[in-house]
Design a protein. Structure first.
Length: 326
């Protein structure tokens, strides 16, 4: 039995990790802002510990006694009224976590990074080989780049870290969060009048959890693993939803010029009305970047094999039905 602390345990990535850890007989604590609200969301056998990754004191208290830490919390949104939120959560929160892990002698630290820290050419496959040395275009991406460098610095101070780099994560979760899951639900309920051009790589969250578990158990310190299944255009994603939900529609694709104009205007208006734009610039940038990550290292070194997008989407939509979201 191992003492484990996890962040992000109520989220799409962290929830299946926390459940798996508890099912395997570990003593699992989850850092949550509100234990009362989290009680209905956490998996059975996971203890809620009050705190916030941006609060260094609460992080130190939570990490104390943990042999293994899974840092799966983050702010994945592509728009915030105050962009400093990305720094506060993704960068400063990660710094607080690794500093507490170092101070408490944590034996292994699993860091949920992102494919956005790698260099790639649009439309060409890439892997973990090259970290992008240049600042990326969005606040989210830059905060994750800087956080990744903080974790690398902690490895140089002796922290045993494995890095996991999921693509667009979807799958059964206790709450319907912004991102791939929200898009799937909106497509299933015919709330998307037009599709944006481009696409993105996806991976099922249960497979992401499996990748984390295998990396912690088997990978050498400092190893990085892309976790990704398939690249789909938004039209292909809509077609996959329609195969599971016959009443769903495959909306037409918005021309790229119009999408850019709507995005630029929406960003300006958002600052005035203090509500997210219809098309966040960061979201459009990601769809246009045609990122095609390959997970050969995880497949070969961890014997990791994600399920097909067809099966994953079917399972996810079934969960959405059970929750009353579609």
């Amino acid at each position: 039995m191992t003492d484990v602390l996890i962040t992000g345990a109520t989220g799409t990535v962290g929830h299946p990790i926390a459940r798996r850890l508890a099912e395997d007989g570990n003593r699992v604590r989850a850092l949550v802002r509100s234990p009362e609200r989290a009680a209905a969301l956490l998996p059975d056998g996971v203890e809620a510990v009050a705190g916030d990754v941006s609060d260094a004191d609460s992080v130190r208290r939570a990490v104390a006694g943990a042999a293994v830490v899974y840092h799966a919390a983050g702010m994945p949104e592509q728009w915030r009224l105050d962009p400093a939120d990305f720094v506060r959560v993704n960068l400063d929160g990660t710094r607080n976590m690794v500093e507490a892990a170092l101070a408490n002698g944590v034996e292994r630290f699993a860091y949920t990074s992102t494919i956005d820290v790698f260099a790639w050419t649009p439309g060409e496959p890439f892997d973990e080989s090259v970290i992008d040395p240049e600042p990326r275009p969005t606040h989210y991406e830059r905060s994750k780049q800087e956080a990744d460098r903080v974790v690398v610095g902690a490895t140089q101070q002796g922290l045993d870290v494995v890095f996991l780099h999921p693509s667009g994560v979807y799958g059964p979760a206790p709450v319907l969060a912004a991102g791939a899951n929200q898009l799937l639900a909106d497509l299933a309920t015919r709330k998307v009048p037009m599709l944006l051009p481009g696409g993105f790589p996806i991976v099922y969250n249960e497979d992401v959890a499996e990748g984390h578990m295998r990396a912690v158990a088997e990978a050498p310190s400092g190893a990085r693993f892309v976790l990704s299944d398939a690249y789909l255009t938004l039209a292909q994603l809509a077609e996959a939803v329609k195969r599971q939900v016959p009443d769903a529609k495959v909306p037409p694709v918005m021309p790229i010029g119009i999408a850019r104009a709507v995005s630029n205007a929406g960003e300006r208006i958002a600052q005035v009305i203090k509500r997210p734009p219809l098309i966040p610039r960061g979201a459009l940038h990601f769809l246009e970047s045609h990122a095609i990550p390959v997970a050969d290292r995880a497949r070969n070194e961890l014997n990791w094999e994600p399920r097909s997008a067809e099966d994953g989407i079917a399972s996810t939509l079934e969960h959405f039905r059970a929750q009353g979201w579609i």
